[in-house]
Design a protein around this ligand. Structure first.
Ligand SMILES: [Zn+2]
Length: 223
């Protein structure tokens, strides 16, 4: 073997080793990402949770049904669902429970919203993908376990006026107190509030979670 043959063989061997290491690393990364993106059905984890999935009906701000009408499950990534479980436990000790309007939203639904509304003030631009598409955002309120009724909040769901902003203060005292209760509970367990929608909370580090386009049915089968 000539000197140059020896060197090129040694470079090829090094490249091979490097390729194997890169492959192993990417496998671990993919596995870690898959674990991060594991979606959990909320009622499975939180028996007191109430679903009122507005987008499976026409009773939402678009006036159109966005999800299949049979949709009766909703999901969040495991990290967020576990944090929500702690919120629910705290609320339960106060005779209250979590009320959900929406959580995970398949990407195709965001595209549908965009076609219908096409205004970034009200719906997410599909180019970016939303927290809901990543299974890290939830639209929610609080209800009383004793009578199943929602506690009074500043507005209903998907109200796009200033009254829905967290800093809107021209409200009766009980509505300010209830809005603050939800915010305190959610933030204590790691969620972030959204300035213009008192009902929207998200789990941080959205870049760690993939935008998904899996149907509710498919996700349900994975549980
Ligand atoms: Zn939302």
């Amino acid at each position: 073997m000539t000197k140059s043959q020896y060197f090129s063989k040694s470079i090829i061997n090094r490249l091979k080793t490097f390729a194997i290491i890169a492959l192993v690393c990417s496998c671990f990364l993919q596995q870690a990402l898959a674990q991060k993106n594991e979606m959990v059905e909320l009622k499975n984890m939180i028996p007191t949770i109430q679903y009122d999935l507005k987008y499976a009906t026409k009773n939402n701000f678009t006036g159109k049904r966005i999800y299949p009408s049979s949709t009766n499950k909703t999901f969040l990534v495991k990290d967020a669902a576990e944090a929500l479980q702690k919120v629910a436990a705290e609320l339960k000790s106060m005779d209250m429970g979590i009320w959900v309007w929406d959580a995970y939203r398949p990407y195709r639904a965001t595209v549908k919203f965009w076609k219908l509304i096409h205004d970034e003030r009200y719906v997410a631009n599909p180019e970016k993908g939303s927290g809901h598409n990543r299974g890290i955002a939830i639209d929610m309120s609080i209800y009383r376990l004793s009578d199943g009724k929602l506690i009074e909040m500043p507005t209903g769901f998907d109200n796009f006026s200033d009254t829905a902003h967290h800093d809107f203060m021209q409200l009766p005292e009980n509505k300010i107190k209830n809005r603050a209760l939800l915010k305190t509970m959610m933030e204590r367990h790691g969620f972030r509030s959204f300035e213009t929608e008192w009902w929207h909370y998200s789990w941080p580090n959205n870049k760690n979670y993939e935008v998904l386009n899996l149907s509710f049915e498919k996700l349900a089968k994975k549980q």
